[in-house]
Design a protein around this ligand. Structure first.
Ligand code: SF4
Length: 432
């Protein structure tokens, strides 16, 4: 019996990359014994990210450390970082670079690279992951679109992924969705580079897609990944908010609360329109959770600009705020703008924002106490179960099986524990 080569997948960056890693895994599991993040393997596949300098630094660090322990293994890299800097990564020592567009035929690329070393005659084994499954057995992802025609001045990902919108045909998304539901998944996250553009190239729209999926039977819910604040219309909002098929959670990337900085970022909305969007959503559902991303220290950001951002965080009471220090990305407009903010100032602003975001999150959660929620149980450990509700809040309960929806009443806010990242969760009583 010829042994299967061990292949270790290392994913960096966004949900789209995670989805594509799962897809590649699905295609590779016939030829390889695939695992995620393993430190010993015959082949390492890095799915890279270029969103920040930090994401790239982490990849290089992981590569060096794994190469030391696996000097004879084959290292292959794909994803946005390698798309834009393939020479740099080959100089670092990667044996091969696979283009983003070839991720869907990754098994062909690896077969060519490995040649006839005997690994590929192994018998077909069960796939170690279900298609699209990324977070245990309850939540799965479907990527519906690639490409972004916005021109955010700091974004390097759009350079790697391109401005041409490529939407997955609606019938294909529906089939993928049905497969996941019949495979036992209870929550499906609709993701893509900018899902607001879904359908522009095939005479459809995100709303068309969601209304089609809504018809599918079963006990499940849909969560939407990031929505660009400039492209969320009132009709769309009215359809999503309050609809029990959809998580009552909007991820709206604010990036800055200063109109001057938003204009330099080329984001296409201003502070007032962002706040009015949140306000419209909260009129439809006062508890709707809003999460966001903020860049601290964009070129020329003054204390006044930063104050404007802080005041939006205070006003909205975001459930979660992902804070990034501005990172000048090669090839982007913002990297060459005047008045780059010193690193020390960026660090200090990011820290102040983190404190503010903790208070903001706490304020949102305080409003949840005593109100019924629906938790999807994701993990059982000893006598405790944990899961996420329709608002994207983590809960800990005393009963519940993985994959079960529970009606609960939150009783207490706790710090750390349920989530690895040490954010808040609610201790809740199960009522049915
Ligand atoms: S919306 Fe802006 S940040 Fe997001 S992918 Fe498009 S260009 Fe990049």
């Amino acid at each position: 019996m010829i042994r299967k080569a061990r292949l270790s997948v290392h994913t960096f960056g966004c949900k789209l990359n995670q989805y594509e890693s799962a897809l590649m895994t699905e295609r590779l599991c016939e030829d390889f014994a695939v695992s995620y993040q393993s430190e010993k393997a015959d082949v390492f596949l890095f799915n890279s990210c270029t969103v920040t300098g930090e994401a790239e630094r982490k990849l290089r660090q992981r590569y060096r450390s794994l190469r030391k322990r696996n000097p004879d293994s084959l290292f292959v890299v794909t994803g946005c970082y390698s798309e834009l800097s393939s020479e740099e990564l080959q100089e670092l020592g990667f044996d091969a670079v696979v283009k983003n567009k070839d991720k869907t035929t990754i098994e062909t690329s690896l077969r060519l690279l490995l040649g006839n070393n005997g690994y590929h005659d192994a018998s077909v084994a069960d796939c170690p992951v279900s298609p699209g499954a990324l977070e245990g057995r309850t939540r799965a992802y479907i990527s519906v679109e690639d490409g972004c025609r916005n021109k955010c001045s700091y974004c390097r990902v759009r350079l790697a992924r391109g401005s041409e919108i490529r939407s997955k045909p609606l019938t294909l998304v529906k089939r993928e969705f049905e497969n996941l539901i019949s495979g036992g998944f209870k929550e499906v996250v609709i993701t893509g580079l900018n899902i607001c553009f879904y359908g522009e190239d095939n005479n459809s729209s995100l709303l068309d897609l969601l209304t089609t999926l809504e018809e599918i039977d079963g006990s499940w819910r849909i969560r939407l990944s990031s929505l660009h604040p400039a492209f969320v219309g009132s009709h769309f909002l009215e359809y999503i908010v309050g609809n029990p098929r959809f998580a009552q959670h909007l991820h709206l990337s604010l990036q800055s609360g200063s109109d001057r900085i938003l204009s330099l970022m080329n984001r296409g909305y201003n502070r007032k329109s962002f706040l009015s969007l949140v306000d419209s959503a909260r009129k439809l559902n006062p508890y709707i959770a809003v999460t966001t991303d903020i860049i601290a220290g964009f070129p020329s950001e003054t204390e006044d600009d930063f104050y404007d951002t802080c005041s939006v965080v205070e006003e909205v009471a975001f459930l979660k705020t992902h804070i990034f220090r501005f990172s000048p990305r090669p090839g982007t407009e913002a990297a060459y703008m005047a008045d780059q903010v010193p690193e020390q100032t960026k660090r200090e602003r990011a820290k102040r924002l983190a404190n503010l975001s903790t208070r903001s999150s706490l304020r949102y959660l305080t409003g949840s106490l005593g109100h019924e929620r629906e938790v999807l149980v994701e993990k059982v450990s000893g006598v405790n179960s944990s899961g996420t509700d329709e608002f994207y809040v983590s809960h800990c309960t005393r009963t519940g099986a993985v994959g079960q929806f529970l009606r609960v009443v939150p009783e207490e806010i706790c710090w750390g524990g349920v989530e690895q990242n040490g954010s808040f969760h609610l201790r809740s009583m199960v009522i049915r």
